[in-house]
Structure formats: C-alpha cells, structure tokens
Design a protein around this ligand. Sequence first.
Ligand SMILES: Cc1cc2nc3c(=O)[nH]c(=O)nc-3n(C[C@H](O)[C@H](O)[C@H](O)COP(=O)(O)O)c2cc1C
Ligand code: SF4
Length: 464
Amino acid sequence: MADPVDDADRLLPPAPVTSLAEHLRQGGGVGLQAALGMEPGEVTDLVDRAGLRGRGGAGFPTATKWRGVQATAAEHGGRVTLVANAAEGEPGTYKDRVLIAQQPYAFIEGICIALHASGAEHAYIGIKEKFTRPVQRLREALSEAVAASWPGAERIEVVTGPDEYLFGEETGMLEVIEGKLPMPRIVKPFEAGLYASTTQSNPTIVNNVETLSHVTRILAHGPDWFRGAGTEGSPGTMVFTVVGDVAHPGVYELPLGTSLRTLLVDIAGADDVKAVYSGVSAAVITPDKLDTPLGFDEMQEAGLGLGSGGFIVYDSSRNMVDVLSVLVNFLAVESCGQCNACKLGNMEMADVLSSAQRAEATQTDLERMLKRNQTVTDQNRCYLPVGAQLLVGSTVQAFAAEFAGTVERGEPTSADLPTPLIDHIDEDSGEVTYHPRYHLKQHDWSYSDVDPVEERRRALREMR
Ligand SMILES: Cc1cc2nc3c(=O)[nH]c(=O)nc-3n(C[C@H](O)[C@H](O)[C@H](O)COP(=O)(O)O)c2cc1C
Ligand code: SF4
C-alpha cells in the first residue's frame, strides 16, 4: 500500500544518516540553532503548542513534564538533570534501537535542545550494555557533536545498564545511573531525582529516545508543521514495531490516528488476528477493536493502551493459555520483589498458567488467579503490576471459553511460546530475533542451568 508519510516528514530517514556532516546537509542543526536563539521558556512553549506527548509508554505531555521539573527545582532547590531513556525493554519494541542506528544525531540534538529548555546541567543516556552496536553508534555520534562544539553535547554522558525490564522504568534508571540495581523508587523523578538528598530535590526529567528526537524536528519546522500529522490530542507521527504472526514484521512510522487495522493488517500483513498486545502493560486487543485509531486518548477510550507502540500479534493457531503464560511469566520474573503483592501475585498467576499448560490446573485455580489479579497492584511502587492486571483481566475475559475449555479438557497444551523480547536486529535485513535464553531466567534474575522447556517436553513424553 502507499506509504502514508512523506520521506521529508519522517523521523526515520529513508537511509541511515552516517555522519554529522550528512545530518547538517539534510537540515539538521537548525532546530538546535533556533532553540538557542530563544529563551528556555519559549522553547518549552513551542513544544507545548506542538502537543508532543511522550513516546516511552504513558503519552505524558512533554512540555508539562519539563515545566513541572523546573517548578520543583525553584520550590525545593537542587539542580535539574535530564535522562534520555534508551533502555527499550518492553516486549515487542525495538524502535529506539532503529532510531539510534539510523538517525542518532536528531536524538542528540533533541537532548541539547531539552538541556537548554529545562535548564538541566547534565544529561545521561541510559542504554542496555548488551545493545553493543547502538551504544557504539551513540558514542561515535556524540563525539562528533562534541567535536563540532554543539552547546550541551559535552554535558551528555552514556550510561550502560543491565538487561532487566525495570532498567527502563524511570526511577529504576535513576538507581542504575547512581550505580545500583534497577529497583524502582517510591518518589517520582520530577519530585526527587538523581542524587537527591534531604536538602536538595534535584528533580529529573526522564524522556524517551523517540520523544527527544521529535523535539528536534518541532524546533526546526514549528508546531504547526508537527500538527500536520496525527490528531488533535495525539499530534505527529510515531514509530511502531510489529512482531509475531504477521507476514511483514518490521518498523513503521505512521501518523498518529491511523487505525490499528492499517498498521497490523494492511501494512504488516496480519491476515488471521486472534489477539494483539501492545507490550505487556495494556489490555489485549481483539479483532473487533482493529478499527481503533492509534492515538493515546483513542486507545484509552477503547479500553486499550498505545504503550511504546510495539505490537505482538498472535494468530488463531495459538492457545491463549500459552500466550498469557509466557507474558505473565515475563512480568513475574522481572518484578523486583520490593512490593510483596506484585512479586508473589505475578508468580502465583504465572504458576497457575503454567499448571494449566501441563493440564494440572482446575477451574478453582483459574478463579484463584483472577482473585490474585485484583490485589497484584496493592501498594505498588511502579506501574509493572498495573500492566499485569490489565493483561490478565482482559485476556481471561475476552477468551473465557478457551481458558475454561483448556482446563476442562485436561490435556496439556502444545506450545511453549518464546518471550517476545527483541534481542537482536539484523542491520542488513532488519530481521529481529527474540532473546534466546529468556526461558532460563529465574525470579531472582539469575539464569538456570536446567531448561524448563526441555523438562516439560520430557515430562510430556513420559505421560504419553
Ligand atoms: C516496567 C516499566 C518499564 C519501562 N521501560 C521503558 C523503556 O524501556 N523505555 C522507555 O522509554 N520508557 C520505559 N518505561 C516508561 C518510563 O518509566 C518513562 O515513563 C518514560 O521513559 C518517559 O518518557 P516519555 O515521557 O518521553 O514517554 C517503562 C515503565 C515501566 C513501568
Ligand atoms: S510494583 Fe513490582 S516491579 Fe514495581 S517496585 Fe514493586 S515489586 Fe518492584
């Protein structure tokens, strides 16, 4: 089908931008120059008029975040810091790595603009150590920006972090930057940020890679240009990824407001949609919801979530017990255990689902799981169990007959599905591979020597 976004209006360039000189030839640097000619508040006003909303998951208005942090610093003291979130640990998502590979300069320019607008003294880019190629690309691009004396570039530091999902949670990332494990904090970064103390709140802005990359183009072309794509409440384009049971998995930049059907069916070639997940923090998308527009409010009104735009598609050959089992296992493993209801609740739900796969669960177990699901968010520090609650509640409700039937039949299900966590992106073909060892990861984040999938297959062989 025809490409709905003109090349000139894209964040993702048609071909990778390989040097700062090339970025400048293509109109780069204009946004930063424009920002430096304005008062910081004017830059924030411009981003506000553009209506930019965060692309990291929650769709929070970027200008409101920047203003909030400055207000906290003015009221409670301390220095403002900016953190660019490149952890990209959401299953199904890999757009930030593609953005870094193809256009790292727009991202770095966006950080320089945000440093000026927010009055932040320092910026950190938090990225997983295992993303070796994107880390290297970022470091090269950053050195070019420093050598070219881009104002602010010398105050940007790349911090590599662990593989864990919670590294991407904003307060987990602050912990890692401070040299600790990614254990989320109770206090939000805009209230108390990096190296905060009783006398200094040090409010910190955390923004996603794509969000900051859009800032560059808003400053270069203006808010009206940005609003030329998207909807009133969700302006601009967004970079989506689609994986799973589709003919054309990949990364696609589209105007917000485009329908799910256009992305998943017409573009990615999903011709047999049973269930779709936008990461693991939102309700299941069933085929009757495919005409929902890809907008933050539109998705929410339909009882769904846009998340970070990474979609995982399952077709009718999949048993939803297998699907939910692999997704809930991910959340149970990644939960850090600081809140009992989250860790124990997710573990118990994962356990019931895995028992159902082995034909060892009863209807009472399913009911117990749904009861657990109601309390999994009790006293939660972070959003992880809220995602679990939406995922489990919506999936069991939408596929109630299949869950009941699987348990009643008393036969083991046929498939242990892979965790759709994107491990590797082939630079030439664009093909992605899932994390090959995720099924060995245990609840304390260590990796087992015993393969549970192999164990289950062995048990099944013995049963037959
Ligand atoms: C468990 C969990 C994992 C997250 N992982 C990521 C991530 O990998 N990348 C990201 O940008 N945001 C992630 N987020 C969202 C961040 O906490 C934060 O909201 C985001 O970086 C803000 O950026 P934005 O305002 O530009 O959207 C995660 C949130 C949660 C609860
Ligand atoms: S809610 Fe869960 S993941 Fe978040 S801090 Fe508590 S235990 Fe950890």
